[in-house]
Design a protein around this ligand. Structure first.
Ligand code: MAN
Length: 312
């Protein structure tokens, strides 16, 4: 009888978990088009794998199992199983008991059972009949089992902590390796531009953001989704001055058009600043960017001015 009760409970828990998945899908499908897209996934910070404060499209895509978007069936099949333990609903927490409680693990969910269970049919009176009435209670494990469960929990916790640290180390190593591959200018002068972080520029319609050597994006000035305009690609200046322009490419695809891209034209200025942003051709953008990093070159050029023009 006890077994039957547990089976039923398992089934109900599975149903509850499924319903939570369906709720999560509906919540993530912000534009209600029946699909969850990369952009929609990005609104949930729990998908920020590298914990840098924002969910990169690649991170969202990883959770979408490499799809640009998933419908409900695919979501339930492939995505929900891997996010259900980290997913936090934006809705007032109906399932949560306290505000400070973490996302329940499936195990804890079993304990959350509150629903009334129909009475278990009476059994012939045996010494087990007491058990039958306490169908809903967790089984009483013996001390040895309890100790084993505790040890397993502890081991799992330790493993997760170490695993997290390994992931952080791997990420750092990958970042450093990538950094070594980047050409920061003939005197490494653009390294500082990267270190100074992202720069924004707002025009009448959009706020443009440039994260040097990483990516460029655009979002409507009055709020809304960010559009990826491209990832760091190559130096794009003429052969005599390659460091006078950068190209960011492979951004979000333009409907019936190319993948978005940006050419960043660089000139000398007292601070890192985008002074204009335009879209000369649909989904092909151009930023004018000023930076002290571009000044040294100009000065050294001046020093090497052709003697014939000295009088100028
Ligand atoms: C969005 C923006 C524009 C772009 C159009 C193309 O509105 O990214 O800059 O021209 O899409 O459809």
């Amino acid at each position: 009888m006890k077994l039957h009760g547990r089976k039923r409970k398992k089934k109900r828990n599975a149903e509850k978990l499924h319903a939570k998945g369906v709720d999560a899908f509906r919540e993530l499908d912000i534009d209600k088009d029946g699909r969850v897209s990369i952009e929609e996934m990005r609104s949930h910070t729990e998908f920020d794998i590298d914990r840098n404060g924002e969910v990169a499209p690649e991170e969202a895509k990883e959770y979408l199992e490499d799809n640009e978007f998933v419908d409900e069936t695919l979501f339930m099949e492939k995505v929900w199983p891997s996010i259900r333990e980290i997913y936090t609903t934006a809705k007032p927490a109906e399932q949560k008991k306290g505000d400070d409680e973490e996302t329940p693990t499936p195990d804890e969910e079993e304990e959350e059972e509150t629903e009334e269970e129909p009475e278990t049919p009476p059994t012939p009176s045996t010494s087990e009949s007491k058990d039958t009435q306490t169908d809903e209670e967790m089984p009483e494990y013996n001390d040895e089992t309890k100790a084993l469960i505790e040890a397993a929990d502890e081991a799992r916790k330790n493993f997760e902590e170490v695993d997290e640290k390994i992931k952080d180390f791997k990420k750092n190593i990958a970042d450093l390796e990538n950094d070594l591959k980047v050409d920061y200018g003939s005197r490494n002068e653009f390294k500082k531009v990267k270190e100074n972080g992202c720069i924004e520029y707002t025009d009448r319609e959009y706020t443009y953001k440039l994260c040097p050597f990483d990516k460029a994006s655009q979002r409507p000035k009055d709020g809304g989704m960010e559009t990826n305009l491209g990832y760091w690609g190559v130096w794009n200046g003429p052969s005599e001055n390659p460091y006078s322009a950068m190209k960011y490419d492979k951004g979000q695809n333009c409907w019936n058009g190319p993948d978005r891209s940006v050419v960043v034209k660089i000139s000398c200025g007292t601070e890192n600043k985008i002074v204009s942003a335009s879209e000369p051709s649909r989904c092909e953008y151009e930023f004018q960017f000023q930076t002290p990093a571009a000044c040294g070159k100009a000065l050294s050029d001046l020093n090497q001015t052709d003697p014939q023009h000295d009088e100028l």
